[in-house]
Design a protein around this ligand. Structure first.
Ligand code: SF4
Ligand code: SF4
Length: 429
């Protein structure tokens, strides 16, 4: 299926773009889930009552693509709980009661990296996952034979600015991360996709051998992997294929900065910066918090709410997921939390489809969004396959432009799950 550049233009609402991140006080407890992608494969290395320090492994890497999990605070293991992730899966989570000292574990030391294999092993040991939202293990992404490294500095969701902050405050680390990946994975050319880069960023990137800066156009979802690859290289990732199948790795700027720091110091990702914004918050700002901090503590550190939030999203307004509770912990891949007041959270009453075709024009994947909804309602698997509902990247452009305010994203997600379940049933026959 061909892919033109569709998408939509959105207001940026980058209220926090000039904010200096606020480092929040260490919370009383953190909760660290052991499996981000829903599969509990790792073994817990600690038990209730154990003392732990910052950077200490609390779960091993487990099987398959798993990565280890590290304590983000020093303190005592208060227990192992079950946590429901936003995708509905239940995973084990280690709860640590903090001691406020942030004592660093004595085992934290820079890894020895000499070649591709030792680099990939170090990245695996770092526990790093994609910080742009997907949370996919970085070492798996890097374990590919490609000729283009594409750096995502677009942060195209409204409100979100944590990646801009990385470009502004840690440009040296981002550049070092690019050089490390180029060197050890053996990629000659890096393309850095930027929108409104902070002062000095472009110059810093241009100093990297084999690096090229490209200014991205103002449309959403330019930061989606497939869109970014098309925009920066002209290559089209076919349906069901991955970036590596067209010779590309796409990696986000914050991920690169953390990667460089880990290789230099051996300290895994234990803190990150998130955007806190939305109509219900007192002060939109950037907060730096230990991984596993409850979302309620993060909002409190940001000055609390001016109105009772009706909806809290992890992620941006287009692709973010609603959290069931403010007790939910900050995860490695969360770049923003938005608290919406009743007015903003209210979903419009959907009307009947008037067949205007706007959703089709807006879809960056060239899909027939309105047909996906219809075919899903009829549980018409054959049609869903024919119209390639599986290619939907859940960007929300279709719903955004729909004059009838139809919520196609929810039905598209359900359609994709239905297709995956049916495929599983077929495979088990
Ligand atoms: S949510 Fe899916 S169908 Fe809708 S515009 Fe995005 S890719 Fe297309
Ligand atoms: S944009 Fe809305 S009303 Fe128009 S065709 Fe698509 S679903 Fe129907």
């Amino acid at each position: 299926m061909g892919m033109g550049i569709h998408g939509v233009r959105l207001d940026g609402h980058k209220n926090t773009v000039n904010c200096t991140p606020v480092e929040m006080p260490i919370p009383e407890k953190v909760c660290l889930p052991l499996a981000l992608l829903g599969a509990n494969t790792s073994t817990i290395l600690v038990k209730k009552g154990d003392e732990v320090a910052v950077g200490q492994p609390i779960a091993d890497q487990g099987k398959g693509i798993g990565v280890p999990v590290y304590a983000s605070v020093s303190g005592t293991v208060a227990g192992i709980e079950t946590l429901r992730l936003t995708n509905g899966s239940m995973v084990d989570a280690v709860v640590i009661a903090t001691d406020g000292k942030q004592t660093v574990w004595e085992g934290v030391k820079a890894p020895s990296v000499t070649d591709r294999q030792s680099f990939l092993e170090a990245v695996r040991q770092s526990g790093l996952v994609g910080l742009g939202g997907a949370g996919f293990p970085t070492w798996v992404k890097l374990n590919a034979e490609v000729d283009r490294l594409i750096i995502n500095g677009s942060e195209c969701e409204p409100f979100c600015t944590a990646d801009y902050a990385a470009l502004r405050d840690f440009i040296g680390d981002v550049s070092e991360g690019i050089e490390l990946v180029k060197k050890y994975i053996g990629i000659e050319k890096a393309i850095i996709g930027l929108k409104h880069p902070p002062k000095g960023a472009e110059e810093a990137f241009k100093a990297i051998e084999g690096a090229e800066v490209q200014h991205l156009r103002e449309y959403y979802p330019i930061g989606a992997e497939k869109m970014l690859i098309k925009e920066t290289t002209g290559r089209v990732v076919p349906g069901g294929k991955l970036p590596k199948d067209v010779g590309c790795i796409v990696i986000n700027v914050n991920t690169l900065a953390y990667l460089a720091r880990f290789i230099r110091t051996g300290m895994p990702l234990v803190m990150r910066t998130v955007t806190v914004d939305g109509s219900a918050v007192n002060t939109p700002c950037l907060v730096t918090a230990p991984i596993g901090t409850a979302v309620s503590d993060i909002f409190a550190a940001a000055g609390g709410f001016k109105e009772e939030p009706t909806k809290v999203l992890a992620g941006g307004p287009m692709m973010g997921v609603a959290l069931e509770s403010l007790d939910f912990p900050l995860l490695w891949q969360n770049g923003s939390f938005l608290a919406l007041n009743a007015k903003d959270a209210k979903l419009p009453e959907p009307g009947a489809c008037i067949r205007c075709g706007r959703c089709v024009d807006a879809c960056p994947m060239n899909l027939m969004a309105f047909q996906i909804t219809k075919a899903y309602r009829a549980r018409d698997l054959e049609t869903l396959k024919t119209i390639r509902a599986d290619l939907c990247i859940e960007c929300g452009c279709c719903a955004y432009v729909c004059p009838a305010k139809r919520d196609m994203v929810t039905s598209n997600k359900l359609a994709k799950r239905f297709m995956a379940d049916e495929a599983k049933k077929e495979a088990n026959k």
